[in-house]
Write a protein that binds this ligand. Structure first.
Ligand SMILES: Nc1ncnc2c1ncn2[C@@H]1O[C@H](COP(=O)(O)O)[C@@H](O)[C@H]1OP(=O)(O)O
Ligand SMILES: [Mg+2]
Ligand SMILES: [Mg+2]
Ligand SMILES: [Mg+2]
Length: 357
């Protein structure tokens, strides 16, 4: 029997591409959000999203030209606003990985503004349950990005409906897993980037790992595992900052039912998956506010695999498996419940009780 595929090239390219995109998003943050460049009317989020998407997609297409891509953004706004387009291009064309050899593995710098637009528009796959499809969120947690809190660059490869490779870049998560996470309330103030920035990666059946975003690929790469809370009541749960994105009330009620005493750790973006995967907290609850909202595949694919490979069970709020083979959204799922395998059943019981199902 042949050994299971561990996707060495896909994992390498995914991590390098996400790393390069985080160099770009950090540059956008420092130039526009912290204000060395005038904001004018151009949203730093828009500049960040488009450029990061172009940089990642160009790398995927260079290495895997036959693969499909689902990405959050498309270029019509840039095509109709040449000022904005020039501004994104000016920044994108300056970005490379510190190691030139690694950058050339991604195809080197983008060649032209047209090539950038073309890359941005290559993320329109309809998805589905067959073939190789990459899912990309160039900046997840845009509000966190603007606040100087948590955001993530999320990239995953889905093969025949299963997530098989993940890279999750979290530029504002502390490298020290015991350090306090900067959340939206405190923002980062004048705190520097020192000690911040991690890149999670995972391959289905081969575990999850973390490395600092500083340094070269492979440097200080370490396997990660969820922690096992000594009891449910001593577990910590994570939730989003935005109460419009998930039901804080229900999440509080679930925690209370489980006897959890600690306050929730609130942070934006898929960084929540990373935080529980490396054992800085235990449970991620994302209870739907409205049943009409369809979670997007690019918001969850990468984080899902990272946390699963670190020891989690992940279902939706009904208890169904998360199905990444249904198109651009998780149309058959509602919400997310991620917890260590040993306690997921208990958490789900509490979720059901609170939701009355
Ligand atoms: N009503 C909603 N319910 C759940 N998630 C949402 C909702 N509206 C937006 N989102 C998505 O939540 C993600 C951020 O999650 P969190 O709040 O946990 O940081 C974003 O990708 C955002 O998508 P979008 O990019 O379209 O704004
Ligand atoms: Mg998102
Ligand atoms: Mg996004
Ligand atoms: Mg968005």
């Amino acid at each position: 029997m042949s050994p299971p595929d561990n996707y060495p090239v896909e994992r390498l390219i995914a991590t390098l591409a996400v790393h390069r995109a985080t160099i770009y998003t950090q540059k956008v943050f420092h130039s526009f959000v912290k204000g060395t460049v005038s904001k004018d009317d151009k949203s730093p989020v828009t500049i960040g999203d488009f450029g990061a998407q172009a940089l990642v997609i160009a790398a995927i297409r260079h290495n895997f030209p036959d693969d499909e891509i689902i990405a959050e953004e498309e270029s019509s706004l840039l095509r109709s606003n040449s000022d904005l387009c020039d501004q994104v291009w000016k920044l994108v064309s300056q970005i490379s990985l510190p190691n030139g050899e690694e950058d050339s593995q991604l195809g080197g710098p983008l060649k032209s503004e047209d090539a950038m637009l073309d890359a941005i528009d290559s993320g329109k796959s309809a998805g589905g349950s067959t073939g190789r499809i990459w899912a990309l969120d160039p900046i997840d947690g845009t509000l966190g990005f603007l606040r100087g809190g948590q955001y993530a660059v999320c990239l995953a490869l889905i093969q025949d409906g299963e997530v098989v490779v993940a890279a999750l870049g979290c530029p504002n998560l502390p490298i020290d897993k015991t350090a306090r996470v900067i959340n939206s309330e405190s923002g980062r103030g004048d705190q520097s980037d020192d000690g911040l920035g991690v890149l999670f990666s995972a391959v289905a059946g081969h575990g999850a790992s973390i490395r600092p975003l500083t340094g070269e690929s492979g440097a200080e790469e370490q396997p990660i595992q969820m922690r096992e809370p000594p009891s449910l009541s001593l577990a910590t749960f994570c939730e989003g900052v935005e109460s419009a994105h998930s039901s804080h009330n229900q999440q509080k009620a679930i925690a209370e039912r489980l006897g959890i005493v600690a306050a929730s750790v609130q942070l934006d973006s898929a960084a929540k998956y990373g935080v529980i995967a490396r054992g800085s907290a235990d449970i991620y609850l994302r209870l739907p506010r409205t049943l009409s909202y369809e979670e997007k595949i690019w918001d969850h694919a990468a984080g899902y695999l990272v946390v699963k490979e670190a020891g989690a069970e992940v279902t939706d709020a009904i208890g169904n498996r998360i199905d990444f083979g249904k198109g651009r959204t998780l149309v058959t799922n509602k919400g997310i419940v991620a917890a260590p395998r040993a306690i997921h059943g208990k958490v789900l019981e509490a979720v059901r009780a609170v939701r009355g199902i």
